[in-house]
Design a protein around this ligand. Sequence first.
Ligand code: E4P
Length: 214
Amino acid sequence: MELFLDSANLAEIQEVAPYGVISGVTTNPSLVAKENKDFFAVVAEISALIPGPVSAEVLATDTAGMLDEARQLAQIRENVIIKIPMTKEGIKCLPILSKEGIKTNVTLIFSQNQALLAARAGATYVSPFVGRLDDLGFDGISLVQDIVEMFKFYQLPTKVIAASIRHPLHVVEAAKIGADIATIPYKVFQQMFEHPLTASGVEKFMRDWQERVK
Ligand code: E4P
């Protein structure tokens, strides 16, 4: 499973990039709004820093407006992926963008039917939201698993991004059920490094080494 960073914060992305484990970035309007910067400038900075796919979401809600924004965003750099919301207007954009060679990530997926519609319309990626489903008492990871199996069964090329990841166990579960990608907030990425036995183990090795008989 590939790991993407779910962030629009340049400092976070710069810090995480040297580990070499992040192969892409996803943003959304809420994350970009927190940065208080020009949207296109944020996408340009991130896509210059990360060579892999960088998802940027359209803000228009009608097909013509979304297509217009999609084309402008796609011109920033070839690794920019256009995030399209799972609406009827959004789905209509997919065959058109696909014909133009513009890659898409259909966001706000909460059911298998939505994922199937997006895949059939030509989405490059779909993003089922795990945490937001869990919040309502549904099983977000089961949805990701059902979508992964459905795409495999019908040999649909659309990749599945487990999104709305809230804690390290979500990452483990997404990997176990075969998600192509998990997009992870900075905080969860940091938590993935941690284990108390690693910390105490390093400390003991250092202590024993310093106390060796010379
Ligand atoms: C996915 O691409 C979204 O940006 C993100 O995962 C949403 O997560 P949230 O539910 O924590 O806002």
